[in-house]
Design a protein around this ligand. Structure first.
Ligand code: CMP
Length: 241
């Protein structure tokens, strides 16, 4: 028989989990974190739900506890530029809390997702009271700027196979899980979403994946992509014009 633990003990576990894993709370004294924990509001979203839209007023910071959230800019003709996919323990929505401008991009879940939310007031208090949090936010913004620079470089310098190869490897490096056949990239994304991540058409992505499938470089099964021959994918982007 399993013993139901007290909610106080659950809260302590949750607080120490956040303390260890969320960059914003790195090095925060446990008491301060527990105090803050009382202000975190849990919420959950089904897959393919909108969290907010580009241009909305931003008053909340989100910390992802499980699932995956796509950050994208919608175009007037219904297409999307996918800037990033954020996952467990990533922060979301910090930019408009810092500069008071509207949301810079839209956020939609691509899996069932659980978050905790912090108000602008509490987020800014954390930054005021805990200097390490300021440093942590700078680290987050710098890492995102580097990743964005890399995407711009890829868009200018690589062809579609090169961009797709690099993106699949990047996703696998972050989320990949070894399988009997190779490495499952660990993120369930449609071919349209992959296309939106690399600025290509769905047809071009589908054609390339089918070609690699025949060559036993990747395996594709519904939204599950497995890298079978990593070295061949690495060659694709190092040889890309
Ligand atoms: P905010 O502008 O409040 O709302 C959109 C959020 O998407 C933004 O805060 C960041 O959390 C996130 N975001 C915006 N641009 C990028 C990017 N280039 N890379 C990763 N995340 C981003």
């Amino acid at each position: 028989m399993t013993t139901r633990r007290s909610s106080a003990s659950d809260r302590t576990d949750e607080a120490s989990d956040l303390l260890r894993n969320v960059v914003l709370f790195r090095g925060m004294p446990p008491q301060m974190l527990e105090e803050l924990g009382r202000r975190l509001r849990p919420d959950r979203y089904r897959a393919h739900s909108d969290i907010f839209h580009e241009g909305d007023e931003g008053s909340t910071l989100y910390i992802i506890l499980s699932g995956a959230v796509k950050i994208y800019i919608p175009s007037l003709d219904g297409r999307e530029v996918v800037l990033a996919v954020h996952r467990k323990y990533d922060l979301l929505g910090e930019m408009s809390l810092l500069d008071d401008d509207p949301r810079s991009a839209s956020a939609t879940t691509i899996e069932d997702t659980e978050v905790v939310k912090l108000s602008r007031h509490d987020f800014l208090s954390v930054l005021d009271l805990h200097p390490e949090a300021q440093r942590a936010i700078i680290d987050v913004l710098v890492a995102r700027l580097r990743a964005t620079n890399q995407s711009i470089q890829d868009a200018y310098l690589l062809d579609v196979p090169g961009r797709l190869a690099r993106r699949l490897l990047a996703i696998a490096n972050e989320h990949g899980e070894p399988t009997e056949d190779g490495v499952d990239i660990g993120l369930r994304v449609s071919q349209q979403e992959l296309a939106n991540m690399i600025g290509a058409s769905r047809v071009a992505v589908n054609k390339q994946l089918q070609q690699w499938r025949k060559q036993r470089i990747v395996d594709v099964n519904r939204q599950r992509v497995t890298i079978v021959n990593r070295a061949a994918l690495e060659r694709e982007y190092s040889l890309s014009p």
